[in-house]
Design a protein around this ligand. Sequence first.
Ligand SMILES: Cc1ncc(C[n+]2csc(CCOP(=O)(O)OP(=O)(O)O)c2C)c(N)n1
Ligand code: SF4
Length: 287
Amino acid sequence: MSQALTLQNMLSPVQPTWCPGCGNFSILTALKQALIELDLPMEEVTLVFGIGCSGNTADFIKGHALHALHGRGLANAVGIKLANHRQKVIMIGGDGDIYGEGLNHLVAACRGNHDITTLVFNNHRYSLTTGQTSPTSNKGTLSKSTPQGLIEDPIGALSIAVSNGAGFVARAYAGKLKQMVEIVKAGITYEGFSLIDVQQPCPTFNKEQDYAWYQQNVVDLPADYDASSQGQALMELLKVDRLSLGVIYQSPTRQAYHTEVMHLASQSLIEQFPTQIDLSEAVTEFI
Ligand SMILES: Cc1ncc(C[n+]2csc(CCOP(=O)(O)OP(=O)(O)O)c2C)c(N)n1
Ligand code: SF4
C-alpha cells in the first residue's frame, strides 16, 4: 500500500557521524522537510548518493536509494529516471563529486534537462578525504594539497549549468533552513534538471568560510528579480562580491528529456521490459 514519506519512515537506525557544527545536518533536515511537505509516496522517490561526507547521508535517511561511485551519481540518476520516469530522482553529493570528478555528467544532465534534482553540498573542500581543495575552493586556499596556496580560480558551476540547458538553477545556504526547504521543494517540483548549490560550512577543514563568513557574504535575491531570464541569471552569477540566494534561473519553456522520448509517451521503460521475446534465432551463430 502506498505510504507518504514521513519523519518516522525516513528515520534511519544509523546516527549521523558528521562533525559538530557541520552544515550537513541542516541540509538533511531541509531535504526531509521538503519531502514531507510535498507529501510524496515513498515508492515514487529514489535517492542517489555520491561519495563523501555528503554522500554518507545515504546511511542517515531511509528510502529507496543507491550509493553510487564518486563522480558517477548523476549518470546513475539519469539511468534510473529513464528506466522509470515516474520516479522523482534526487541526487545528493559534494562539490568535489559533482563539480570535479563528475563534471562531465553534470554537463550531460544539464544539456538533456533530465528531470533530476541535484543537491550539491558545497563546502569548498574534499572533506571526507581530509580537506584537499576542490573545484570551488578560492584562489590562495592553503590545504594539504596546496601547501603554498591554490593557484586556480574557483569553477563557475552554476554558470555552466545555466548556459548548458539546466532548466532550474538555485543557491541555498545551510544556515537558512526555511528558505532552503522552499528551494528544495521548488526544485523537486520542477520538471527538468534542477541544480541546487547549497553553501555549507565545514568547520573541520574550511576555517575561512565559516558561519560568520557566510553571514557577511550571502544575500537574498531582490523581490523583483526575474528568474526566467538566462541573461540576468548569468549576470547575477558573475558577481564576485556576494553569494545570491534563491532561484537564480527557471526556464519557462525548456522540456525535460523524457517528455521528448517517443517510446516513453504511454509507458515507462520498466513496464515495457521485453520478457517475452524469443532471441534464439539471433544467437544461433554464436552457439
Ligand atoms: C573514483 C574515486 N576517486 C576518489 C575517491 C576518494 N574520495 C572519496 S570521498 C572524496 C572527497 C569527496 O569530496 P566531496 O565530493 O566534495 O564531498 P564532501 O566529503 O566534501 O562532502 C574522495 C576524493 C573515491 N572514493 N573514488
Ligand atoms: S569533515 Fe567537514 S563536511 Fe565532513 S562531517 Fe566534518 S564538518 Fe562536515
